[in-house]
Ligand binder design. Structure first.
Ligand code: ATP
Ligand code: MG
Length: 499
């Protein structure tokens, strides 16, 4: 196993050893080594104090008040951007944690000279294994809680009494499920030998679920993001629900449980949202979140029952709900905006024989050319996740072709053949907001017919517009776009009336 440890990490351990300190790699990286997976990062634990570590490594610095020193080493991690020369290896002094007062982080840490005590403070047995040189210099596992046996048996189990450990830090409730989602083999079935959360550990999660409410949204968000980005995101969300945690994270999603749909669907709203997440081909967090939340507006907008139930406007209602949820979880503004945009537009109408180039340009104007691939990924999840074999991938291929075809057509004012300055110089229109209003009208017309996009034609048309009051121009531009949008929406309703 030692050969699998990158040299910069081995060097730190050897250097500490030469100075007569104990040092081991520990935590997630040892678990991943045993599993023959590539560790995301490498952590070192030692009985040297932070000051002693700082002295041994000239290129090191104090990382935090918990006894962690960052040691700079030449870049070796595959995930580090080539822009950086260095990676940082975290070297942490053996420590115990004390005085958990509020279901959160410890209020004090104490250094200890015992590796076993350090391992005992860790959350799960699979994360409480160390590997490094023993007294005789030979590398071996230090595994007082039988973590490697649990790795082999694929069991997630707390170190010690589950209730006690979850009461110390309620984020561990979510971490158990995060490791389940990350470690699980997405191909596995119930019949194959698979990762699971040990019974007593899971029972404690269910019992103590409401403690999660004491954890900051930011910490919850980070664990949720890892579950969503794992290879088994659907199973992870389902497990959050089964464990009673989801109602403290995404309660709006649970409203879809048991809400049946109509003749286009065999799954309930809840099942369908989860399956859309599972089948969404994107690796991007915001796109996967949009897939998961794409139909979150359905329970509220459902009218009627059985085969003929309708969900008019669920896309727009859902977008507002998704925005609220993601904002509450403190996701960055840009991510919230993007996911909301995708939910808002996931229902775009597309039928090969009926769709005009102008309507594809309107879609691109609304969504942005740079977001079309992501919108497609949500739509693919939506389609595959419906469980009804009306798969018509050629439709999406045709849309891709149409997007490509119109992608150089003007869909924004910047792409018009004239600029504001042309209006000022050639038509003597005074600088001011009216310029923008005229350009908006021109754009609305050019989207309908890109042949109008020449300097000559647009100047002539602008000349006829310049006498109109600014309000008239604005209404005109809006009406033009809105009237067409209403036509598109009408199409959606007609053809997808029940979706
Ligand atoms: P990853 O592959 O995501 O890096 P990891 O197991 O390394 O997984 P980290 O969150 O990086 O997880 O934490 C490193 C180690 O620190 C864990 O393996 C565990 O031993 C310990 N640890 C981290 N967070 C906690 C916690 N909340 N409670 C107890 N131990 C923890
Ligand atoms: Mg780690």
């Amino acid at each position: 196993m030692i050969q699998k440890i990158p040299l910069p990490v081995q060097n730190i351990i050897v250097t500490l050893g030469k100075a007569h300190f104990e040092a081991f790699v520990v935590g997630g990286c040892v678990r991943d080594l045993i599993l023959e997976r590539m560790p995301k990062d490498w952590d070192v634990t030692t009985n040297a104090t932070p000051e002693q570590v700082l002295e041994l490594f000239p290129e090191s610095f104090y990382e935090n008040e918990f006894g962690t020193v960052g040691v700079k080493v030449p870049r070796f991690l595959a995930t580090t951007s080539p822009d950086y020369e260095n990676d940082i290896i975290e070297v942490t002094t053996y420590r115990t944690e004390a005085n958990y007062e509020d279901l959160r982080r410890p209020s004090a840490v104490h250094f200890t000279l015992s590796l076993k005590e350090d391992l005992a403070r860790r959350d799960f047995t699979i994360n409480a294994i160390a590997y490094g040189p023993a007294a005789d210099g030979k590398w071996q596992l230090v595994d007082p809680f039988d973590g490697s046996a649990d790795v082999t048996k694929k069991i997630i189990r707390t170190v010690g009494d589950p209730a006690e450990r979850f009461n110390e830090d309620a984020l561990r409730l979510m971490r158990a499920i995060r490791f389940f989602a990350e470690l699980r083999d997405p191909q596995e079935t119930k019949l194959t030998h698979s990762w699971h959360i040990e019974e007593a550990t899971f029972a404690a999660i269910q019992k103590l679920a409401e403690n999660l409410a004491a954890i900051s949204q930011e910490r919850v968000r980070d664990e949720l993001a890892k579950i969503i980005l794992s290879d088994s995101p659907m199973e992870g969300i389902q497990m959050l629900h089964d464990g009673g945690l989801l109602r403290f994270i995404l309660p709006e999603l649970e409203v879809g449980i048991g809400v049946s749909q109509n003749l286009h669907h065999i799954y309930t709203v809840w099942e369908h949202n989860l399956r859309a997440l599972a089948t969404c081909p994107s690796k991007k967090l915001e796109v996967r979140l949009a897939a998961l939340l794409h139909d979150v507006g359905k329970p509220q907008t459902k009218r009627g029952e059985g085969y003929n139930a309708t969900f008019y406007n669920h896309d727009h209602v859902g977008a507002r709900i998704a925005e609220k949820m993601l904002t509450r979880l403190r996701f960055p503004k840009a991510l919230v905006k993007k996911a909301t945009l995708l939910v808002d537009n996931h229902l775009f109408y597309y039928n090969v024989d009926e769709v005009t180039e102008a309507s594809v340009r309107r879609l691109i104007k609304r969504v942005g050319l740079e977001n079309m691939d992501d919108l497609m990924a949500v739509r693919i999840g939506d389609r595959l996740g419906s469980g009804v074999p009306k798969a018509k991938p050629y439709k999406l291929r045709h849309l891709e072709y149409m997007i490509e075809k119109v992608s150089r057509d003007p869909v924004s004012v910047k792409m018009l053949a004239i600029k504001g300055t042309d209006l000022i110089e050639e038509l003597k229109i005074p600088a001011g907001p009216k310029i923008g209003a005229i350009l908006d009208v021109l754009l609305a017309e050019v989207i309908e017919d890109p042949n109008l996009n020449t300097k000559e034609v647009l100047l002539k048309r602008a000349d006829t517009l310049k006498a109109s009051p600014i309000e008239t121009l604005r209404t005109h531009a809006e009406e033009k776009i809105e009237e067409k949008r209403a036509e598109d929406d009408q199409q959606i309703k007609k053809r997808h009336w029940v979706e």
